[in-house]
Design a binder for this molecule. Structure first.
Ligand code: G3D
Ligand code: MG
Length: 276
């Protein structure tokens, strides 16, 4: 009798052990599968980052209906309220490749600028200035990457257009790209700061030369509101009445960068945060 009992308990315990092993093996297998799935989706997202958005924004070229416009306006006002509370400014740094965008952003954040590699996607950093928090998006400027700029336009308060003041050969290309970006509906309210960078290099173009080449002021005229040699500022003559500033600077030495970003906090601050 006792022998039969011990035999039964032995069988039972071995069954229990088998069930437990099967349970843990299945669980580990499922965990492994989900890990592989997550890794796979992350890889796919990195490989094809914005394809769906690009297509979506391309299809948005058709005019918006009144309903869509109203819902967009509503969402914009909600975002504006949240931003007002948090005193947050979204800054998009763009311009041709090699203009010095990444160096500008790194310098203003006090980071090491001795090794700068070309930006293939984007860098985001946060900066506190004049009681505001600036979320700064530095986006790669190579020709092939420029079509992706539009993915970063949403909710942008200020546009920083960095120009290599020594690159006379690509000034027309620079103007064409800026013209195209300023026509974007999502950027119509954004303040414009043009950084005339690399002023430490001999022979660099002046702020006025760059403003004229970019079509912000007409050549030979004095239709800017202010011009003190380092800063040239004004308001666009078209319907958007956008305020702009051309600021001479050098990302290498740091000269002029903070002044330029000061214009952003002042202009965006006046426009958005004093409405309360
Ligand atoms: P980008 O982000 O606009 O593509 P980067 O430009 O910041 O990568 O800078 C491109 C090159 O310009 C870098 O040199 C960088 O050191 C240099 N540069 C940026 N700003 C200045 C500046 O104010 N003065 C000078 N003299 N050079 C600057 P490398 O040699 O690394 O390509
Ligand atoms: Mg870069």
């Amino acid at each position: 009798m006792n022998l039969q009992k011990s035999e039964t308990s032995r069988v039972l315990s071995s069954r229990l052990l088998e069930v437990l092993c099967a349970f843990f093996l299945t669980r580990s297998f499922l965990c492994w599968c989900s890990g592989v799935f997550v890794d796979f989706s992350k890889t796919m997202m990195c490989a094809f980052p914005r394809k769906r958005n690009v297509r979506a924004s391309r299809s948005r070229k058709t005019p918006l209906s009144a309903r869509e416009k109203n819902s967009r306006r509503f969402l914009t006002s909600v975002f504006a309220q949240v931003k007002r509370k948090e005193r947050e400014i979204r800054v998009l740094v763009v311009g041709l490749d090699n203009a010095g965008k990444t160096t500008v952003v790194k310098k203003i954040n006090g980071e090491d600028i001795s090794k700068i590699s070309p930006t293939l996607g984007f860098n985001i950093s946060s900066l506190h200035l004049n009681a505001y928090r600036l979320n700064v998006w530095d986006v790669g400027g190579q020709k092939t990457l420029r079509t992706f700029w539009r993915n970063y336009f949403e909710k942008t308060d200020a546009l920083v257009w960095v120009v290599d003041s020594t690159d006379v050969a690509r000034l027309q290309d620079c103007k064409n790209e800026l013209d195209a970006i300023l026509k974007e509906e999502k950027l119509v309210d954004a303040s414009l700061l043009v950084l005339a960078n690399k002023q430490d290099v001999e022979g660099a173009m002046s702020g006025r030369e760059i403003a004229e080449a970019l079509g912000l002021v007409s050549s030979g005229s004095s239709n800017s509101n202010s011009d003190d040699g380092n800063i040239l500022s004004g308001t666009t003559s078209n319907s958007s009445k956008r305020r702009w500033r051309v600021q001479k600077c050098s990302a290498t030495t740091g000269d002029g960068i903070l002044d330029g970003f000061g214009f952003i906090t002042e202009d965006v601050g006046n426009r958005m945060f004093t409405l309360d």
